[in-house]
Design a protein around this ligand. Structure first.
Ligand SMILES: NC(=O)c1ccc[n+]([C@@H]2O[C@H](COP(=O)([O-])OP(=O)(O)OC[C@H]3O[C@@H](n4cnc5c(N)ncnc54)[C@H](OP(=O)(O)O)[C@@H]3O)[C@@H](O)[C@H]2O)c1
Length: 237
């Protein structure tokens, strides 16, 4: 028996990076895992073959499709909303459509997915959103819109924790700092700037975020709700 045997888990945005590590973590622990992806079909199919998880193509920016995908999974034990995009740059010249798409994926999608999941979720279920330490701290220029999205997640987590608490459903955000992925490679051009803000000067590993996610989804975390679990090597300290 695995730690999550018999549990039904949906990871939104699971084809690459942090989401992929989360899919692997739950699948290895015996859960029945489904995950969504938008553009990375090959990566999604490879992960499905390797892990036994089910890959479902759903763009989180398409609200109705997202809600349908969540509803089709039925009574989930765990929803992890990981899908996110990062748009950085001078706010005076950033493409407003790119900013609005980021808000769709990083803010509107977590809200609608969480609410839809809660309709059918088993009592004691878990809703976990991958936020960012940038919801607390944005120490460089060009990140206002991204920080906006991750701060919005915090407000949602606080409110939904109260909406669903009487069913024992917990709602939390995990807030990574710089984490090695396609979005923010450990050997990328921003790496040394990022490390300059950190007490422990390396990128977080996606597996470390997945481990914290599993803890929040597990039985010892029943009283952790409405909270932000930061895993950032001291970026926000
Ligand atoms: N890496 C970091 O330093 C860092 C730090 C703090 C927080 N985060 C947060 O952690 C989460 C994951 O980031 P990551 O670094 O793993 O990014 P990543 O390497 O770019 O991977 C993003 C994942 O999200 C999926 N995704 C993106 N847009 C989607 C959409 N519209 N619909 C469905 N899936 C979508 C991607 O799937 P497809 O490729 O199939 O589209 C991919 O699986 C994000 O919410 C991000 O904001 C990351």
């Amino acid at each position: 028996m695995g730690e999550f045997t018999g549990r039904k888990v949906l990871v939104l945005g699971g084809s690459r990076g942090i989401g992929k590590a989360i899919v692997r973590r739950f699948a290895k622990a015996g859960a029945a895992v489904a995950f969504t992806y938008a553009g990375s079909k090959d990566a999604a199919e490879d992960l499905a073959a390797e892990s036994g998880a089910e890959a479902v193509r759903t763009d989180s920016a398409d609200r109705d499709a997202l809600i349908a995908t969540v509803a089709e999974r039925g009574a989930l034990d765990v929803l992890v909303v990981n899908a996110g995009t990062l748009v950085l740059g001078d706010p005076l010249t950033l493409d407003p459509d790119a900013v609005d798409r980021m808000i769709d994926v990083n803010v509107r999608a977590p809200y609608h997915a969480a609410v839809e999941a809660a309709r059918r979720m088993t009592d004691g279920g878990r809703i976990i959103v991958i936020g960012s330490v940038n919801g607390d701290r944005m120490p460089f220029a060009g990140g206002a819109a991204y920080a906006l999205t991750k701060a919005a997640v915090q407000g949602m987590v606080r409110g939904l924790a109260r909406d669903f608490g009487d069913r024992g459903i917990t709602v939390n955000a995990i807030q990574p700092g710089p984490t090695d992925s396609d979005m923010n490679p450990a050997d990328g051009p921003m790496a040394s700037t990022m490390h300059g803000f950190m007490a422990i000067k390396r990128h977080v590993h996606a597996d470390e975020v997945a481990e914290l996610t599993a803890y929040i989804a597990g039985p010892h975390a029943a009283m952790i709700t409405g909270s932000f679990q930061t895993i950032d090597g001291g970026f926000g300290a």
